[in-house]
Design a protein around this ligand. Structure first.
Ligand SMILES: Cc1cc2nc3c(=O)[nH]c(=O)nc-3n(C[C@H](O)[C@H](O)[C@H](O)COP(=O)(O)OP(=O)(O)OC[C@H]3O[C@@H](n4cnc5c(N)ncnc54)[C@H](O)[C@@H]3O)c2cc1C
Ligand SMILES: NC(=O)c1ccc[n+]([C@@H]2O[C@H](COP(=O)([O-])OP(=O)(O)OC[C@H]3O[C@@H](n4cnc5c(N)ncnc54)[C@H](O)[C@@H]3O)[C@@H](O)[C@H]2O)c1
Length: 471
């Protein structure tokens, strides 16, 4: 069969861009198809606008703070049009990085249009039929909209229209106390909106409980209200939307944000017709990200599994190894990091304490260091939070960090968990003083403390001292 391309990539988000860019750079004839906006969710409706909003909120929070270090700032004046501009300037600034021109330069043919799989090795887009021996599906996910009574009759926001708000919500009610709910609740509250979060279970349930407790307390102190319960009914209309929880409580706000998870994009472009197997929420894939049709890969948010930009990028690189170099590349989640950009931040890598306890029982050691003993944090007056390191023997299996810029401290743990460095190396490293990173060294050293100051070293020291006294 004569093919038009070596590989066809459907979707120009973090996953598809990485896969297509890599294949293009290796010289493969690569088609990259995007139906909406290059950059996908992360650039247009996700990470970038949310972190830009969080940055604006942090400025407001700092100004609103009563007094710290003897310095009083004047109260913040939030100009919503300026916040809106800042968000969209950030997107515009990054756009060229994800643009068709940049990917054409890498050797891809970029086609802007909606793709449909029309056969095991063929894709139709804009009336053209493309064929290739390998196809990568990277169609992402959209906001999950739950089946709540009355939803069709009230206006609501999701991450797809939240960042286009041209007016500041007076009272934002958020359904869902997951990652989006928590990040957005703090940001809107800091910018001056009243905020209520409705969550039936645990807030940020995938994260370390001690870390979430610190963040919840910080957010409550800033004014965020948390309501336990499931959104069961919606009523009202523009400017006054009421959420009734399953326990009968009514919460009325000016705006409603739905943040109850993601739904993989798996319909309307030929997956069912081809017989590609689907799981509970996404395309079924093996460890090499192959679907049941082995020459078709599915990566990023559209398949079952973790949904994060760096995960999409990682899987994109893996399929480049598979397709361009012919190397089988299994995903390895042992050192999967993620970070929630509240203040303080919550960062996690590998196992949480509860996961590690389940896996290792009594063999688990948890070393905890508080930022209230870190001299940089004390000097800055920002010493909330901690580092918890989960160890099996002296081997790190996970770390949970809660504190200012916690996400920046994850890198050494990637090395520690994958065995590329050890707690002894990190515990003995020279680290600039005063930095928050010293907390990592302190925790790593703690793992060795009982050994270093243990019975045998002490015996040796005493023998040496005795000899010195004698001669
Ligand atoms: C509010 C929010 C904040 C977030 N913050 C973070 C964060 O701080 N850190 C982090 O790591 N992750 C974050 N995420 C998650 C992150 O955005 C996603 O995991 C990531 O963007 C997924 O990338 P993807 O390429 O798999 O999918 P997407 O970005 O969804 O890209 C898929 C692309 O495929 C296109 N497409 C779909 N079907 C077709 C078709 N048939 N033909 C052609 N094109 C098609 C779509 O238009 C889309 O552009 C956040 C998500 C949200 C919603
Ligand atoms: N910093 C980051 O890395 C970051 C930031 C934002 C989003 N994301 C990605 O986006 C994904 C989606 O985030 P999310 O916050 O929408 O999902 P989530 O899965 O983190 O949380 C959804 C929450 O909604 C709750 N919920 C479900 N139905 C409900 C109902 N009827 N009433 C009230 N609450 C209800 C659930 O109990 C859950 O706690 C994340 O899992 C993550 O992959 C990542």
């Amino acid at each position: 069969m004569k093919y038009t391309h070596d590989v066809i990539v459907i979707g120009g988000g973090a996953a598809g861009l990485t896969a297509a860019g890599g294949c293009g750079l290796f010289g493969l004839k690569t088609a990259l198809i995007e139906g909406h906006k290059m950059g996908g969710e992360c650039l247009n409706n996700g990470c970038v606008p949310s972190k830009a909003l969080i940055a604006a909120a942090r400025r407001a929070a700092e100004a609103r703070e009563e007094k710290r270090a003897g310095v009083q700032l004047s109260a913040p004046i939030v100009e919503w049009s300026g916040v809106h501009r800042h968000i969209h300037d950030a997107i515009a600034h990054i756009e060229p990085h994800d643009s068709p021109e940049r990917f054409e330069e890498m050797g891809c043919e970029v086609i802007l249009g909606w793709a449909k799989l029309t056969g095991p090795k063929s894709v139709e887009v804009d009336g053209r039929t493309l064929t290739a021996p390998r196809i990568v599906i990277a169609t992402g996910s959209g906001p999950l909209v739950p089946d709540v009574e009355g939803l069709g009759n009230v206006p609501y926001l999701t991450n797809e229209n939240l960042f286009d708000l041209t007016e500041q919500p007076e009272h934002l009610v958020i359904i869902g106390g997951g990652v989006i709910g928590m990040e957005m609740a703090q940001a809107f509250c800091r910018l001056g909106s009243e905020v209520t979060v409705i969550e039936p279970g645990e807030l940020m349930k995938r994260d370390d409980r001690d870390s979430v407790a610190v963040v919840k307390a910080a957010m409550e102190a800033e004014g965020v209200r948390f309501v336990g319960g499931k959104a069961a009914k919606l009523s009202g209309g523009e400017g006054a939307i009421t959420v009734t929880t399953d326990s009968g409580e009514d919460i009325t706000g000016s705006h409603l944000l739905i943040a109850v998870g993601r739904e993989a994009r798996t319909s309307g472009y030929g997956l069912e017709e081809l017989g590609i197997e689907l799981g509970r929420n996404g395309i079924k894939v093996d460890e090499r990200r192959r679907t049941n049709l082995k020459h078709i890969y599915a990566i990023g948010d559209c398949r079952e599994g973790p949904r994060l930009t760096h995960v999409s990028g990682y899987e994109g690189s893996n399929v480049v190894l598979e397709i361009a170099l012919g190397l089988p590349a299994k995903v390895d989640w042992r050192a999967l990091p993620w970070c929630t950009y509240t203040e303080p931040e919550i960062a996690q890598i590998g196992m949480t304490e509860s996961e590690a306890r389940k896996a290792f029982g009594d063999k688990l050691t948890v070393v905890t260091e508080g930022f209230d003993h870190n001299e940089r944090a004390i000097a800055e007056g920002l010493d909330k939070g901690h580092l918890k390191v989960m160890l099996k023997g002296k081997k790190v299996v996970g770390a949970s960090i809660c504190g200012v810029n916690a996400g920046e401290l994850l890198l050494p743990f990637t090395q520690l968990i994958t065995g590329k460095s050890g707690t002894f190396d990190v515990g003995g490293a020279v680290i600039s003083y005063p930095t928050r990173a010293e907390i990592v060294k302190a925790a790593a050293f703690k793992a060795w403390e009982p050994t270093v100051f243990g019975k045998w070293p002490k015996k040796w020291v005493s023998l040496l001292a005795k000899m010195r006294r004698a001669f």
